[in-house]
Write a protein that binds this ligand. Structure first.
Ligand SMILES: NC(=O)c1ccc[n+]([C@@H]2O[C@H](COP(=O)([O-])OP(=O)(O)OC[C@H]3O[C@@H](n4cnc5c(N)ncnc54)[C@H](O)[C@@H]3O)[C@@H](O)[C@H]2O)c1
Length: 329
């Protein structure tokens, strides 16, 4: 089915970031015509090095989602939009809610309006998040679990997901939301711990530094390697069966944060860890165990993770060993 991407016109918002650039590389391999729409926001993962292998084969539009005029041009004539641009910091969204609202609410509505006006039948795959569930009442979590957001970011991601489904009703957009869990792999930002901290742990280990884990580190996490997540985007984008659906992703092999860190240190061959007391601000947004039930996407679209944590970590470590200078000093 992925062969159907050949010659498809694709827009990726947030296309220079972690998920967007990895997806773009795969889409170019499949023969799609790809435009990347990204404003290279400060402190986020946008990085031109991410698209080095395909730099000459993609169009780049450097603009904000909030720019309605540019967006209308970009969405026109596209077959599929992977809507990945987002502000991702839970902590920042509490400290400065307006920044999060700008991208995750205003930007998202601007995109949907642009589609309504310039391309009302386009298919959109939205990058949702496990954070929409908040603290889990039942583990593993299914898509119909109540949404109990713990921060402004999560509230905004829920709203934006729902805006997508509202626009599906008011025009003919075809919408899918993927509620992503913790994803690791090549091309993530490695500058700070405001989001994607599992990737930052790899930086600390490679620099032979100490990784600080809040509390006991016993909380379960469900990590996916980037290539598996990209496969889920590709399947949901091309398969009409996914239209109108929400899907969880998961690993099928949850692991405690502590064991994850021990594995990172072992595979990197350097680094150490220490358990430290929770900071008040981190404790406030901690959700406890997170394990996803991904049977829905497995049964309906045949997706399941292919890359084990050991394999994925080895590939990630090798990538950053070779390309460290493009990600941190
Ligand atoms: N990576 C994960 O583990 C994960 C997990 C759950 C959800 N998500 C969701 O996926 C999305 C992207 O995550 P990522 O890891 O690729 O982040 P990232 O920071 O690597 O990429 C985001 C990209 O979006 C761009 N961007 C941000 N605001 C923009 C705006 N207003 N206009 C245009 N471009 C803008 C940034 O410049 C950046 O290149 C986010 O919406 C996040 O909520 C990611």
């Amino acid at each position: 089915m992925l062969a159907d991407y050949k010659n498809k016109k694709i827009l990726i918002t947030g296309g220079l970031g972690f998920l967007g650039s990895n997806l773009a590389i795969k889409l170019v391999e499949l023969g799609a015509e790809v435009e990347l729409y990204d404003s290279l926001e400060k402190d986020q993962g946008g990085n031109l090095f991410n698209i080095k292998p395909i730099r000459q084969q993609v169009k780049i539009t450097k603009a904000k989602l909030q720019n309605a005029r540019q967006l209308k041009k970009a969405v026109k004539d596209k077959d599929i939009i992977f809507n990945i641009a987002g502000h991702s910091s839970h902590l920042d969204s509490i400290k400065d809610p307006w920044v999060d609202v700008e991208t995750n609410i205003i930007g998202q509505l601007t995109l949907l309006e642009a589609c309504r006006q310039a391309n009302p039948k386009v298919k959109i795959v939205y990058a949702g998040t496990r954070a929409q569930y908040g603290k889990l009442q039942t583990v593993p979590v299914k898509e119909d679990h109540p949404l109990n957001p713990l921060d402004i970011y999560a509230v905004n991601k829920i709203s934006a997901e729902q805006y997508h489904f509202i626009y599906q009703k008011i025009c003919d957009l075809r919408v899918v939301s993927l509620r992503l869990n913790n994803t690791y792999g090549p091309r993530h930002q490695m500058k700070h711990t405001k989001y994607g901290v599992q990737n930052y742990f790899i930086r600390l280990a490679l620099d032979n530094e100490e990784i600080k884990i809040y509390g006991s580190g016993e909380q379960l996490r469900d990590f996916n390697y980037i290539d598996d997540v990209i496969e889920a985007f590709l399947l949901t984008g091309i398969n009409p069966r996914a239209d109108s659906q929400i899907y969880n992703l998961g690993s099928g092999a949850p692991i405690s944060l502590l064991d994850f860190v021990k594995k990172v240190i072992e595979l990197a061959g350097s680094g150490s860890f220490q358990l430290v007391p929770w900071s008040a601000e981190r404790k406030q947004i901690e959700v406890g165990d997170y394990v996803a039930d991904f049977n829905k996407i497995k049964q309906e679209l045949g997706w399941q993770p292919q890359v084990s944590l050991d394999e994925g970590l080895k590939m990630t470590i090798d990538f950053y060993k070779e390309n460290k200078k493009y990600y941190w000093d």
